[in-house]
Design a protein around this ligand. Structure first.
Ligand code: NAD
Ligand code: MG
Length: 396
């Protein structure tokens, strides 16, 4: 059997590590073309050696010398910088897995799509900011998009792709995050450690905070609107704390199909790696008797205003989701850095959306410009003194 070739963008993160775990369980089946990271040189070099990658790339050029040192004598090529990151995504590989966090993943992800790659996409911010561009590029190049995000992977598995008109609703499940039952006062004083302490999933810091605000679910609605041919008003969220049902698709006859599984990203990642076949994964099997009860509840929009902000941005379309995403990235980083409180995250996103004029987006340059403008506005709201501007504080 000829090994399949793969490139993993964001190989040192949580999704990257789960992906490499699967690759290393079947080394004869995979030839790794390239692995990338931002700057975590030690992890990247160790991973590149473990899977015998041809190339390792750090996006941050200042980390190049350290990477070259760490790879000395291994025969693995080292490269650095944003252009090198895009070049790595363009190299021939049967599959590119995009697991960079944030809008920083857009240029290399788009580069892979323009090359016509089969793209397993975890990097939801890319679809939120530039879903239309990514889809247009895929239509032109013949690239295939496979969703890694567990909810979208679930939907993909049960969606009638040949007959989308038979689908009436997509219901995206949410765990509810660590503050599902918290009071507003507790949320106001929540620490980054508390916000990152997700009850079900173990993930990178940014998506963990997004799960605590429910912004993650909002981003996922926008992601779903790009990945599946449905209208915004057909997309709903239901809180399901057990995270066993990974989403539902409802059909015209009233049937609801769902995909279930234990919360282990190796299941959706394995689905994408093997597509259109299936592969064995080490994910724990679902023991329904011990799960015993599955519960569902409506999201609380009062305590989690980020969800409605994302829904409004999804309906507005154009640049609004990009502004929402950029402001959220800045606010989450400020929260993780101890500069703002937990409730300030949604307030800053709301004020940034109000402060940046919305309009259509037609090119990568326009996305970059709007993203930069939103980051400036959000940064100014956070304020040079590290205190949130009064206008942002007044909001929930
Ligand atoms: P993470 O923070 O653990 O890892 C992020 C990766 O991106 C790292 O390899 C890091 O080096 C790289 N990176 C960070 N900034 C970069 C930059 N500026 N340029 C280039 N590379 C950069 O994140 P994660 O939890 O693995 O999430 C990755 C993506 O997958 C996110 O978009 C997230 O929303 C999505 N996702 C994650 C999970 C999960 O279980 N972790 C589930 C569903 C979707
Ligand atoms: Mg998800």
């Amino acid at each position: 059997m000829t090994p399949r070739t793969i490139t993993v963008l964001g190989a040192t993160g949580s999704v990257g590590a789960s992906t490499l775990d699967l690759l290393m369980r079947a080394p004869e089946a995979w030839a790794v073309e390239a692995l990338t990271a931002n700057c975590d040189v030690d992890r990247l070099a160790a991973a590149a050696k473990a899977v015998h990658a041809k190339l390792a790339v750090v996006a941050d050029e200042s980390c190049y010398a350290a990477l070259k040192d760490a790879l000395a004598g291994s025969g693995i090529e080292a490269a650095a910088g944003k252009a090198a990151l895009c070049d790595s995504a363009k190299r021939p590989a049967d599959i590119v897995l995009s697991a960079i966090v944030g809008a920083a993943g857009l240029p290399p992800t788009l580069a892979a799509v323009e090359r016509g790659a089969t793209l397993a996409i975890a990097n939801k911010e890319t679809l939120v900011c530039a879903g239309d561009l990514v889809k247009a590029a895929a239509a032109k190049s013949g690239a295939v998009l496979l969703p890694v995000d567990s909810e979208h992977n679930a939907i993909f598995q049960v969606f009638d792709h040949a007959h989308p008109e038979r689908v009436t609703r997509i219901i995206v499940t949410a765990s509810g995050g660590p503050f599902r039952r918290a009071t507003v006062d507790a949320m106001r004083s929540a620490t980054p450690a508390q916000a990152c302490n997700h009850p079900v999933w173990s993930m990178g810091a940014k998506i963990s905070v997004d799960s605590a605000t429910l912004m993650n679910k909002g981003l996922e609605l926008i992601e779903a609107a790009h990945l599946f041919p449905v209208r915004a008003d057909q997309l709903e969220v239901i809180v399901h704390p057990q995270s066993v049902v990974h989403s539902f698709v409802e059909y015209i006859d009233g049937s609801m199909l769902a995909q279930l599984g234990t919360p282990d990203m190796r299941t959706p990642i394995g689905y994408c790696l093997a597509y259109p076949e299936r592969m064995a994964t080490p994910s724990a099997r679902l023991d329904l008797a011990s799960v015993a009860t599955l519960t569902f509840e409506a999201p609380d929009h009062d305590r989690f205003p980020a969800l409605a902000l994302a829904q409004a941005a999804m309906r507005a379309g154009g640049s609004a989701p990009c502004v929402l995403n950029a402001a959220n990235e800045v606010a989450v980083a400020a929260f993780l850095g101890g500069k703002i409180g937990f409730l300030d995250i949604a307030a800053i996103v709301a004020d940034t959306l109000a402060g940046v004029a919305a309009g259509p987006i037609a090119s990568l340059d326009e996305v970059v410009a709007i993203d930069g403008e939103a980051r400036r506005v959000a940064g100014a709201l956070i304020g040079s003194s590290g205190r949130v501007a009064a206008s942002a504080r007044r909001r929930p």
